[in-house]
Structure formats: C-alpha cells, structure tokens
Design a protein around this ligand. Structure first.
Ligand code: ZN
Length: 457
C-alpha cells in the first residue's frame, strides 16, 4: 500500500496537470472544428476518470489505515469492501474494480510520470491498465521502471492498447535481456491445456504453449484451410492472402478477404459448394487433427517470419528474435532450436538495421534476400520492413495484408520495394477511395484524406 495523497483541488490546477495537445500522429486533424471539440471532450473525460480513480484509491487507503492493528482477515475483507464500493459506482464487478484500482495504484507508485500524464488526460484508462500489466516484470529490477516511465510518457499518447503492449514487450528484453529470458523460462513451465464447456453444446480449448510452436500451428491450419498448398483458386471471391502468395505481388490490388465469409474451394467438395468460413474450416481441421490424427495427404507447409540478430543464432548473444509483425518476442534458444531443425526449409534475408528506442526494436532500413531474386522474396522483404499495415495505428500484420502499389501499377507504378507498402484490407479500400494517400504516391482526393506513413508501432 502506498501512502495516500491529497486529491482535492487537483483538477483545478492546470499548472500541475496541463491539458494535453492532440497527439502527434493525429496532428493533421487540427483545424477541423468538430474534431478539435471532440478531442477536448476526450481530454475532459480522461481527466474525470483519472480524478475518480484517485478518489477510489484515497477511499481504499483511508479505510486500510482505519483498520490498522486489526486481524489480517478483517483488514482484507475491509479492503474488498472498498473495491466493491468502487465497482458499484463504476458499474463493474468487484473483480474488475479491484483490477483497475490495483493497476492504478501500481502506476501511481512505480510510474509517477506516466501517472501524471494519466491525470492530465493524455492517457485513457485502458492504456493505464495495459502499462501496469506489461511493465510489472520490471518491478524487481532497480532503475528500469524509471527508464520506462520516462519513455512511456513520450510513447503512449495516441497509441492503441495493442500498439502499447507490443512496444512494452519489445522494450523489456532491450532493458534487461536476462530478465526476459528468465521470464520466458518460467512461462514455459506453465504450459497447459484448458477445457471450458459452455451451455450451448460448445466448448473452448485453450493451449498455453511457446509462441514459436503456436505460430507454426496457426500458419499450418490457416494454410490448410485456405488450400494454400494446392493450385490457387481463380474465382474472384477467392482470398489470395494469408501467406506469401506470388500473385499478390505485381498486381497490387488483390481480391478482398473476409475471414467470416464463405470460402469456396472447388477441390474440397464434389459438385457442391463448401460454404464454411475460413474460421470454421480452421476449427474443423484442428479438431479433426487432434481427434483422430486426420491430416492432408500432402504435407502442409507454413512460413514463420522472424527477425533475429546473427549473434543470437551463433549463440554469442541471447538477444531474442522478434516476429515480423513486431507483436511477439521469441527467446534466442527457441529460435536456435528452430534454425537447427533439419526438417525445416529456411530462407535467410539480410537486413540493414539501426536501433530505435521509439519502436523498441531495430528499425529495418533494407532487406535483401540471400538468393535469386523472385517476387515472393520481395513480398517477404516488404513484410519484414513494414511489419504491420502502414495506416497509422493499425496492427494487422503485414503478412495478412495486401501489397499495394503506392503509385498504381496501371499508372506505371513500379513493382519495387519503395513503391510497395503493406495495407490491410480495410485500409487498402480506404486508399482506393483516396482517403489514405501514400507517402510518395497519389495526392489526396479530399482534405480528410491526409494521413501519414509510418513504420511498425
Ligand atoms: Zn490497416
């Protein structure tokens, strides 16, 4: 428990809690009256939320002090009641309110600068909780929370919770590689399978396993569901993405994909139409594999894109690998094991990089395939370079995105790394309508179309 601080009058003190400006990534929206007013309302709401949390914490601490010297069970029950009171007012369950207050208390005590940004209204409650959960491993390492506290104030405003989480999980091994590797080892010990059965005759099967294994399963089941290992379907409603697909390069504008739309595969059904969605097919396949070992007669190949320093492969360093979408960090030992697998068919790329704290990883400047040039290699290179869809704030992996020509192919836009960028389906459509101009391509068709190009969050 931290010592309570006075909260009365905080919100009136503009000097202590100055109002935040519109985040840099949204600065192109300045000048639009409605959007500026919306931003002011968001800041007000964030500040009010922060003030209410401060009150709840003070309430909880006051009660904790009042029961000083009493039996620990009585004190704990009293504390639970304080959380319950917060839940009643917040419209949350006791557990949710407890999680919120514990996260807030942790941030206030261990990330004071970030807490202040929260009180100013620059940080939403969801991101406060995200920061609390993800930075917790650093708590026993002297000085590291101070470093990340300073950085979060700069990084967090305007970031989505997913982006913020990705940034923190990449930053931790940079701050303390040993800590990351120890945590990874501990987590591995907790691997498990959980079965939860629901009332509708359906159940949830959860598998807690190393990321490298999960990614292999994910890619294989997806490839199988899409029939990626067979001839590519030609119908216009066939999703072409979901893995490296030569046809996606050079065309630039690939066919729409919808995970929940029926997927027609002429090779699966005889005469009729298989109207299962991709998700349904993935579930059916995985269930069949697990139940009776049923598998395709031909092996399913899956490609996992990871970035790993050469020294980690040779064992000179324990610096972990990062997935191409920058969303997962994989221990060096796991990558060495995969690299040594004689069954695997590896493709190596050399990337020119530089350390970039803002992105908490190596900023990829160039990617070169060590072999004969082919369009699929170019697609891979763009996947590594961009990481995720290039619309600001989007975290859809580049692997699942389209490769779009910034200057359209029909207007002599070249099929080169510099002219190609990864855009998810949603943002690709936005760009097609002129609302997401690329950095080097078309001028915007309308004023609202001003957007900026950026690298993976
Ligand atoms: Zn996107």
């Amino acid at each position: 428990m931290s010592t309570p601080r006075g909260s009365v009058g905080f919100m009136k003190d503009e000097q202590q809690f100055p109002r935040p400006e519109i985040p840099e990534r949204a600065s192109h929206l300045i000048g639009d009256e409605e959007l500026e007013a919306a931003w002011e309302s968001i800041v007000d709401a964030n500040r009010e939320t922060a003030a209410s949390i401060e009150h709840f914490l003070t309430h909880r601490e006051t009660r904790w002090k009042e029961t000083m010297g009493e039996n620990p069970h009585v004190r704990a029950a009293n504390n639970r009641q304080a959380n319950r009171h917060a839940g009643l007012l917040l419209g949350m369950s006791d557990q949710q309110a407890t999680a919120v207050l514990n996260a807030a208390e942790y941030v206030r005590e261990h990330l004071p600068k970030f807490w202040k940004a929260f009180r100013c209204g620059a940080i939403a409650l969801t991101n406060l909780r995200k920061a609390a959960v993800e930075t917790l491993p650093l708590i026993h390492r002297d000085g590291l929370l101070e470093i990340i506290d300073e950085e979060l104030v700069d990084i967090a405003p305007g970031k989505t919770p997913t982006e913020l989480r990705s940034w923190i999980i990449r930053r931790i091994p940079e701050l303390d590689m040993e800590l990351f590797n120890e945590a990874a080892e501990d987590a591995k010990e907790r691997r498990s399978v959980t079965f939860t059965h629901f009332g509708e005759g359906m159940s949830l099967v959860e598998l807690f396993i190393p990321t490298i294994e999960a990614k292999t399963i994910e890619k294989k089941v997806n490839a199988a569901a899409r029939g990626m290992n067979r001839a590519q379907p030609r119908d216009t409603d066939q999703p072409p993405i979901g893995g490296p697909h030569p046809a996606a390069v050079g065309v630039g504008d690939t066919t729409p994909v919808d995970h929940d739309a029926p997927y027609h595969d002429p090779e699966i059904t005889t005469g009729g139409v298989d109207d299962r969605t991709i998700r349904q097919r993935e579930a059916d396949l995985l269930s069949a594999w697990l139940r009776d070992g049923h598998c395709y007669s031909t092996p399913i190949s899956a490609k996992i894109c990871v970035m790993v320093p050469e020294e980690s492969l040779t064992g000179e360093s324990e610096e972990p690998a990062v997935s191409a979408d920058r969303a997962s960090v994989i221990p060096a030992a796991d990558i060495r094991k995969m690299a040594a697998d004689p069954e695997a068919d590896h493709e190596w790329y050399t990337a020119g990089t530089q350390k970039d704290k803002k992105r908490a990883d190596r900023d990829i400047l160039t990617v070169i395939y060590n072999g004969r040039f082919a369009p699929e290699r170019l697609r891979d290179a763009v996947i590594f370079r961009d990481g995720v869809c290039q619309a600001t704030g989007c975290t859809i992996p580049a692997e699942r995105s389209d490769l779009d020509h910034q200057i359209p192919y029909e207007r002599a836009g070249p099929t080169t790394g510099t002219n190609l960028w990864a855009l998810c389906r949603r943002h690709h459509r936005l760009k097609s309508h002129g609302y997401l101009p690329p950095p080097n391509g078309d001028p915007p068709k309308s004023d609202t179309g001003k957007e900026t190009h950026r690298k993976a969050a």
